[in-house]
Design a protein around this ligand. Structure first.
Ligand code: B16
Ligand code: MG
Length: 217
């Protein structure tokens, strides 16, 4: 059976991670909480609600439900203003040709993202019809590092976790893939993503034949 491939979105297919960073930083600073790349690393792959909860806990702050909701919306609007300006040119280097290779060889491919904005982003970068299954923040109830998002993707692709390879840029996402019994490929810094089975800085660092001989979990 052909190996199935599951892709995270933010930080793997497109560099929206930098937009999340800018939007969260603006919000955190506004409420007097320090926010740098170091804090941001812990928000990657984490849901919107959990992200704001974490930021507030770092600043020892609590908010009313109403205010919490308001700030989450504000961040999302800010974030979407960046997203709306994206085009196909914002797909990360090497991603398109790798996706083309997988499709040419009939590998099942799915998207596994924590984002509620996933479909909007795919539309902006013209990848709406690329994935056989799209599992995103609108259909998942347990956030990464829980494996739910990837297990659902495997199920939609009609395959087993051990037949899946997951691409992830976040610590939480690598943990989710590992917990689901899938082979995890980190995209980013080796030291940060040391729990991944394999790690590359980007999609130009490997090619399709690499996966022909890969040792699966
Ligand atoms: P949204 P991924 C995740 O997407 C991001 O990494 C994370 O930073 C973000 O908070 C989360 O989506 C929720 O995104 O606010 O758009 O619903 O990496 O799982 O594709
Ligand atoms: Mg990500």
């Amino acid at each position: 059976k052909q190996t199935a491939f599951i892709f995270d979105l933010d930080g793997v297919i497109v560099d929206t991670a930098k937009f999340h960073f800018l939007a969260w930083q603006k919000l955190a600073n506004k409420i007097g909480i320090n926010f740098s790349e170091k804090e941001n690393e812990q928000l990657k792959g984490v849901s919107r609600v959990k992200s704001l909860e974490k930021i507030l806990s770092w600043g020892n702050k609590t908010l009313s439900d109403e205010e919490f909701q308001r700030l989450m919306n504000e961040k999302n609007q800010d974030y979407l203003n960046y997203v709306k300006q994206m085009t196909e040119a914002d797909i990360l280097p090497g991603v398109n040709s790798f996706l083309d290779d997988l499709k040419a060889k009939n590998h099942p491919i799915a998207l596994g993202s924590a984002s509620k904005n996933a479909k909007t982003i795919l539309k902006c970068v013209k990848l709406s019809d690329t994935f056989e299954a799209i599992i995103d923040g609108t259909v998942v109830s347990k956030a990464k590092p829980d494996p739910e998002v990837f297990l659902k993707a495997a199920q939609c692709l009609n395959t087993t976790p051990s037949n899946c390879i997951v691409f992830e840029d976040s610590i939480a996402g690598i943990q989710a893939a590992n917990a689901g019994g899938m082979t995890s490929i980190g995209i980013g810094d080796k030291n940060t993503l040391h729990e991944a089975d394999f790690c590359f800085s980007n999609f130009l660092q490997f090619d399709y034949p690499f996966f022909k001989n890969i040792k699966m979990k």
